[in-house]
Each structure stands twice: as C-alpha cells, then as structure tokens.
Design a protein around this ligand. Sequence first.
Ligand SMILES: *Cc1c(COP(=O)(O)O)cnc(C)c1O
Length: 355
Amino acid sequence: MKDVLDDLKIIKTSQSRLPQVDLSNLTFGSVFSDHMFVVDYIDGQWQEPRIMPYGPLPMEPGAKVFHYGQAVFEGMKAFKDEQGNVFLFRPEMNFERINRSAWRLAMPQIPEEFFMGGIKKLIELDKDWIPDGEGASLYIRPVYIATENQIAASVSRNYRFMIITSPAQSYFSGEVKVKIEKRYTRACHGGVGSAKAAGNYAAQFMPTQQARKEGYKQLIWTDSKTHELIEESGAMNLFFRIGDEICTSPLYDTILPGVTRDSLLTLGRDHGLDIKERKITVTELVEAAEKGELKEIFGSGTAVTVLPIVGFGYEDKYYPTPQLDNPLWSVLKQMLMDIQYNRAPDPYGWRVKVL
Ligand SMILES: *Cc1c(COP(=O)(O)O)cnc(C)c1O
C-alpha cells in the first residue's frame, strides 16, 4: 500500500453519536458511523481526499448523477474476532469490481490507495462501531457518483467517491419465498447487469413490490429473451441443490459476480461437495420440485452471507423445498463465517487484517 493517505486530512467529529445507538438492535443499513471518506475527481484530476464527520454534502441539482444515473457502489463487511482483531474479507475483489463497474459506466478508475486506504482509516477511527456477536459486522458502502453540474446527456467530467459504514447485526428475515419472474427483466446481454450499478436496483423495485403483495420476498430473475434460464435474485446469487448436486448459474454478463458466490464455490469444491456452475432452466426446477429432487435453494451475498429459501413460485403455483435436518446451505455458511470471523484457518488468504 502506498502511503499517500498518511497525511490524509481528517476532521474528527466533535461528539460521537455512538452513545445514542443501540448496537444490539439495528435495522440493516439505517445507522451510520461517525465518519465518512470523500474524494472528488475534477477535470481529470483526483483532488485531496478527506475524512470528515458523516453528514450531508452539498450537491448541485444539475449534477449528472441525478439525471443520467452514473453511479456504482460496493458492499463489504469488517468482522471482529473474539480477541478484537478486525478483518476484511477479500477486499481486493470489491476493489477490482468497482473499477469494472466504473469502466462500464465510463467513469474514471478509482486508485487503490483511496479505496483500501479509505476503508482502513475509517475502520481505525470508527472501530467502536463494530458490533459484537454472532453474525455482526460493520457494513462498508463505497459509492461513486457523477457530480458535474451540467444536464447535457453526456459523460460527466467530475465525480465523487465516498465510503460510509453502517453497523449491522446478523441478517434475519424470517421465511423467504421467491418468485420466478416471467415478464420483467433485471439485465440483458450487453447491458449493465454485471456492474454494481445503482440503476439495476431501481429497475427491480416495481416488479419486486408486486411479488411482495403475493407473499414473496424477492424475484428470481430469468434471461430477458426466453425467461427460461435462471439468473439471480435481488442482491443475491442463487444456488440450487438438486439431488446431491449443488448448482449455480455461470457468470453471464447479466449476472453480478458475487464475492460470496465465488467463495462458496471454492469452499464447496474443496470439501468434496458436488458443486457446479451450469445452466439451470425453469423447466428443470419445476420438474425437480415435482419429483421431490429439489432439496434446497439458497442465496449468497455480503449482506445475507447465505440465506435459505423455503420455496419458489412459478406461474400460479408454489413449490416448497423440504425441511432437511442437515442442509448444505448451513454447512457452507458455517465454513464461510468461520473464516470471516477468524475461527478457522484461512488457506486461501481471504482475510485481511486491518486492526
Ligand atoms: C452485490 C450483489 C450480489 C452479491 O455479491 P457479493 O459480492 O456476494 O456481495 C449479487 N447480485 C447482485 C445483483 C448484487 O448487486
């Protein structure tokens, strides 16, 4: 790491908000820790980065992000072990991904020292905001937007990269049912589906809201042409256990390449599970469910880690998965969390110690 950030301008908060926060009772993503990292890019030059108290920043209503949606983001977590050491999990994957997302949206590349250095300095400053307990973490949200004050529909000249953090408890959502979407599309070939672009979420909300009225938590997105190939769900990649094979879709350009997905594939393979990346069709899933061969469905993502799904809807039918005594999702989740929380050896070098 270059030490460009050694003389980083830091304006500390005069009064921490932490005493007003109950870290054991948090709604995901709604409380922010004391500080944020901000750096602007203006006319081809990165400006001086700074850390300052979390709070509103002035923006011109003409800023391009509001009009043309040049915005990408990341989602990561910092984990605290029992001795109080703090680790990131495969942060270089998120760094590379935000720059691939930025490239797709014609935004300049973010220097590594801003991304990694910004996160490390923030965690140092706000370490007391990392909650304790099983599954708890400090959620880290890097976000990158176009700020030029000009509403011509063209690429922005100015940008702002920010990092904010939010204490998070273990994700809990009750029983999760998903519905296979046949009409709307999250992403199409040649589009921006594999970028973590803000607009991908905006496009999901309305169809997801409709499914929620029917009791589903999320949609399973299918390919835009035939609606026959299974893609992913909300902010999760999807895994299916059919018989004793576990499968997930290959990475097309319509699918976000999840860090959690990649980690589960590696862990599963190294523990002798039959875990594959292959095409999965809606017809196959319905048939497997009808024959009793569909054993498990689960999602993977930084926010949820691994999330079991109790069944899926398709057309007007609901297909439940069986209740298993030793589901594979929980074996995989445990292996992943043991590495994240420094309870197991890390042969892959995935943990990065920050404190
Ligand atoms: C972020 C995201 C995921 C999960 O990626 P992780 O790196 O595992 O957190 C999956 N799908 C979509 C659409 C996402 O935005």
